[in-house]
Write a new protein. Sequence first.
Length: 626
Amino acid sequence: MMGGMQRRMFLILVLASALPARALESRELASPGGVVRVRFSLRAFGVEKGCPAWSVSYKGRPALLDSRLGLELEDGPLFSGMRILEARARTHAGRWRPVCGERAEVPDIYRELTVDLQEETGLGRKARLTFRAYDEGAAVRYTLLKQLGKEKARILAERTEFRFPEDWPAWATYSAQGLYQKVPISRIKPGCERPLLIQAAGDLHLALAEAQLVDYARMKFAPLSGTPHALRSRLDGPVEGALPLRTPWRVVMAAESPGKLLENNFLLLNLNDPCALKDTSWIRPGKVIREVTLTTQGGMACVDFAARHGLQFVEYDAGWYGPENDPQADAATVSLDPKRSKGPLDLQAVIRYARSRGIGVILYVNRRALERQLDRILPLYRSWGVQGIKFGFVRVGSQRWTRWLHHAIRRCADYRLMADIHDEYRPTGFRRTYPNLMTMEGVRGDEARPTNDQTLVTVFARLLAGPADNTICWMSPRVRQNASYAYQLAKAVCIFSPWQFLFWYDRPAAVPETPELDFFKALPTTWDETQVLEGAPGLRAAVARRKGQTWFLGCMNGLEPWALDLTLDFLAPGRAYAATICTDDPHAPAPTGVRVERIRVRHGDRLKRWIQAKHGLAARFEPERP
């Protein structure tokens, strides 16, 4: 006879063996450093069983609770009644060098779990879930596998869920150039943009993002109906493709601080394919002045200004080939928009003169002409000597326009043309694969007059996705309305963009020759190392970046005074540095109110300054010769 304890153990074993096998199926994946853990399981949600789910933790703390995964297909939903066919794991440890990046080398180190699934009933369709665990975050993607008798699939919607343990605050916006609001997750409305920055705790920040969006509909976020403080994916339309059909990555970034998340924004690049270009020597980062008169004389003046002030490009904006919104405007001709300029404009003379002075020319082209004339204008601009194109008002969201846009970037590379995409496009890492994609807007930049606190959310939220063409303005009334001139200098360090537009509304004759312009002249636009020293969304930011042996520091302050106290540990030990520090001072002789100070510093010294609300500090640290 069995004792009481033996009878209880026997009963437990019988009950366990009676459960369907899929209810107990799970796999766990740990990042190489054990920091991030992803758990995949087949479990029940309500009456539905065998539902794929994932959860994510960071240093033992839950970031995502069990969250459902699935797709709505044209031939029916695919998110329940599944069984595991096969599960495989692998480890990858590599490094790669960006062409134009925030660091000279990017670590690409992760563990991957691939799970092949099949429906147990119905159509018996097969799908694959691929999970990656990096120390910087986690990601998942779907692959619809080939089915007997089927060559294509149509995805109507995704059912990727993000269920959080608590109603954490997040910085939500609903368009790429929209205003940010800090709200609880439960108050997020449909159509929330990505990346979505979330403050889980004082020492834990998350970001939801999308990576490798190339031939698919854009994802945004919407509330998960009936579930507290939870979100789901929301596609901008259906997706069609040949099998096997892969989706973009759905990403959860995690770090102790918003600054560390920003340092780790290479995660989205790692989730894209390696560089597809054999020769990248023609890809050229640099600083830009926008030519606003659309005249030959104005262009020549901008070229001279660029050469004198260490810029690399002049950009001709809308109107050089006629009204940009006219569907018949011909971007293969120079025919001015009379509402913008009376000319004259000999564009090719400006291009020739610019080339003689080592300056490149960028041309703006509205999407109406791009869509209609792409294959005609690319070889033409190449023959003119144009170095890049700024895409205007591109269509985004649907699979059709996502596919077209990335095709256009590839075609630009065929003709050795660099590109800047403006308006609502937000990056997902494609510039790793095609690094001729230099920068993109997708940001509420200076031309939109963002308030100071909005710009400081942009630094920590939007820049998680990649470069932002912030259209920095110099001699404009909006500088003092929203911030200060030292703040503008700092912005060029904090807001990364391989093409950095520094003079958006400026005419060369109206820019006074003030000492602080030497900071812009010396400033690189790509970097060997980046450190976010301090900061929080909407409050302040201190970012240090290195090029070669020289360091640059940008400090942007928000709406409260800041007693800046930074230890200069980023400087190399054992060396002295000549520091040039630009700060706001109403008594400075320059019309910009910027004081330029020169001091000698070393590793470990402390930089202390009182920074008023909406003011800033910019500094350059050059190693002294032995």
